[in-house]
Design a protein around this ligand. Structure first.
Ligand SMILES: Nc1ncnc2c1ncn2[C@@H]1O[C@H](COP(=O)(O)OP(=O)(O)OP(=O)(O)O)[C@@H](O)[C@H]1O
Ligand SMILES: [Mg+2]
Length: 390
């Protein structure tokens, strides 16, 4: 708001939004302030009328003063609970309105839930298959259409492609944060919706595009990966993920440093490293990294890669990355464009094809390449040949 100088505008919008609330509250306060005096005035007027009428009656001897006194007292006793009832009724109306909102939220059915006959998956190390998967988020605007992909056990898949192409969506589906709208995703040859969600999630190590930490210490945050891990295991995972350096050298209290709400006392790169350590600690069968190291400097990234390589061996991995160095080592590179596979193959194969990957690569990775190989030529073909040969 400050950077875009939106303070005044936002204040105006906020006042507009809260205006109706203000008027409704004002009216409610006004009515409730009016309510009690009205009831009391009616009571007082009634009492006045009784006294006035009974005065005559006493004169002619039809009533006694004691009788009237008793009658008025009983009447007052009766009025109290009625007044109370009116007050409680008003409060109840208020509470019902609040409760309605709360229960509406609590009763929201989750989009993805276990089938009643779901079984726990013993492993998810086997083949993973997307079969004619269609997916849209809300508005039936297809994000993936007829997406088909078969991944062999232990394979490292790199997903690349333009922004908004659907890479994170594929990852979300694989983690079963969402389920396909049409088509199936099979794990070990079985539709993954037949497995319990918990058995899938517990076997996936995931680093999301927007890393999230919980308030607590660094150590606690890494330990979320596997709650029964020892301190040594936590630190070892941090070493593999390249996080140990900044934790021990950069943070005053090291592993016991508090990361703040949502990890806001750390930089984005540091949060990514901790998320990565968390995924490493989980010893998952399936690794998913969505731009896991995008905010980490290249030197640290190279270190992480060395650590991760051993770890990824024998495990299926999905890696979404923009950096060439991360992608090149993948067994297969899948180019996603507009929710479809535009191309797939190894780095060298795709370069030779001179298609989507080649274009993406020569535009997007050019700079990185120049730094690495010292090539500063205009002809992109020579650049690609150099790398293809490499
Ligand atoms: N939660 C959501 N609700 C509605 N639409 C969404 C949601 N998340 C993503 N989309 C839409 O889905 C499309 C694909 O988004 P996705 O996040 O998969 O792209 P991406 O390839 O990961 O992009 P990037 O490289 O920027 O991370 C986009 O057009 C986006 O508008
Ligand atoms: Mg994404």
């Amino acid at each position: 708001m400050k950077a875009l100088q939106r303070e005044d505008q936002n204040l105006k919008e906020f006042q507009e939004l809260t205006g109706s609330m203000y008027h409704a509250s004002y009216r409610a306060a006004w009515l409730s302030a009016l309510f009690l005096p009205t009831v009391q005035i009616i009571a007082a007027v009634a009492l006045g009328m009784i006294v006035w009428y009974s005065g005559d009656q006493i004169m002619v001897g039809a009533m006694t003063i004691g009788g009237i006194n008793a009658f008025v007292s009983y009447l007052t006793f009766m009025m109290w609970p009625i007044q109370d009832l009116a007050r409680v009724y008003a409060e109840m109306q208020h509470s019902i309105a609040s409760a309605e909102r709360i229960f509406k939220l609590i009763d929201t059915p989750p989009d993805v839930h276990d089938k009643p006959d779901a079984v726990p998956a013993k492993t998810i190390l086997g083949e993973i298959e997307f079969e004619h998967v269609d997916f849209y988020y809300e508005d039936r605007n297809p994000v993936l259409s007829d997406f088909t992909l078969k991944v062999n056990p232990g394979e490292t898949i790199a997903l690349v492609g333009p922004t908004g192409g659907g890479k994170s969506t594929i990852v979300n589906l694989l983690c079963r944060f969402y389920e396909p709208c049409k088509g199936v995703i099979r794990i070990n040859g079985r539709d993954y919706t037949e497995y319990t969600m918990q058995s899938i999630h517990s076997r996936i190590g995931i680093v999301l595009q927007t890393p999230h930490l919980f308030s607590g210490t660094v150590r606690e945050n890494i330990r979320y990966g596997r709650l029964d891990a020892s301190d040594a295991e936590v630190e070892n995972a941090a070493k593999i993920a390249g996080a140990d350096d900044f934790i021990t050298a950069g943070l005053e209290k090291g592993y016991e440093q508090n990361v703040g709400e949502g990890g806001n006392l750390l930089s984005v790169g540091q949060k990514q490293l901790i998320s990565l350590a968390r995924a490493v600690l989980a010893k998952p069968e399936l690794f998913i990294m969505d731009e896991a190291t995008s905010s980490v400097d290249t030197l640290t990234e190279a270190l992480i890669q060395r650590g991760m390589e051993a770890l990824m061996k024998g495990r299926t991995s999905f890696v979404v990355a923009h950096r060439l160095s991360t992608i090149r080592r993948a067994d297969r590179i899948i180019v996603i464009e507009g929710g479809k596979i535009a191309e797939q193959g190894t780095h060298a194969e795709l370069l030779r094809k001179r298609g989507h990957y080649y274009r993406l690569y020569t535009q997007q990775f050019r700079h990185e390449l120049e730094v690495q190989y010292g090539v500063v030529e205009e002809q992109t073909s020579e650049v690609s040949d150099a790398v293809a040969a490499d």
